[in-house]
Write a protein that binds this ligand. Sequence first.
Ligand code: ADP
Ligand code: MG
Length: 255
Amino acid sequence: MTSPLIRFRGVTKRYGPLTVLDNLDLDVERNEKVAIIGPSGSGKSTLLRVLMMLENIDDGVIEVGGEPLTHMDRNGTLVPASESYKRNGRRNIGMVFQNFNLFPHMTALENAIEAPRKTLGLTKQAATERGVELLDMVGLSDKLDHYPSQLSGGQQQRVAIARALAMRPQVMLFDEVTSALDPELCSEVLNVIRRLSDKHDLTMLMVTHQMGFAREFADRVCFFSEGKIAEQGTSEEIFGSPKHERTQAFLSAVM
Ligand code: ADP
Ligand code: MG
């Protein structure tokens, strides 16, 4: 048996008195596609943010590829990772946010080549070749020189996906990437994600309110409630016959 690529054990994250992740355990296998659903405020974004090391955890362990993201000191106190360790760890993980977060003063192509040049030290030519290929893959080969303000929300989000992929991550995290989009723009972004998920060498965690897409896309669905996974299973299990009352109530409210 191989060990999971991503492993959360007893992970707790608090904001002041508020416990947002509550002693959370989660294993994600290599190449697995996991959908994360649940009510607003249940800790879904925080789960992705701690994995991306954008937030420090208060307790527990997160490992990626067997490497812990945080360390205990001799007294058993959790020591946050150094900035250089975080930068290094993030290379392996691409994240796409609800609000695109593109660099506004850079064209689509410049957005896609910035990180590989700076962080991976690729030459301009190598980074450009990769960027052009990825923007073509997301259907934007005619928009290379457009600035974000000249692109629709769906196009901006596809640039954001290409930019994240430019680092050749093993893991892609998607946090409600279609929530800010009109329905027709939404489907162009979901089509890109669908195409990506057919590539088997990507592990994907996706927080989404698109239940139809989650059902089709996910190998496994985790239902979040109050900082915990209240129920998880295959999409058949969760959407077909949810066991917990809270999952049932949530699904009947959103579907
Ligand atoms: P979800 O993505 O499931 O809607 P989040 O992970 O964004 O939930 O947030 C979980 C809880 O943590 C919410 O109650 C939210 O208000 C709170 N929270 C998130 N980020 C912060 C922060 N930086 N400071 C204080 N509270 C926060
Ligand atoms: Mg969220």
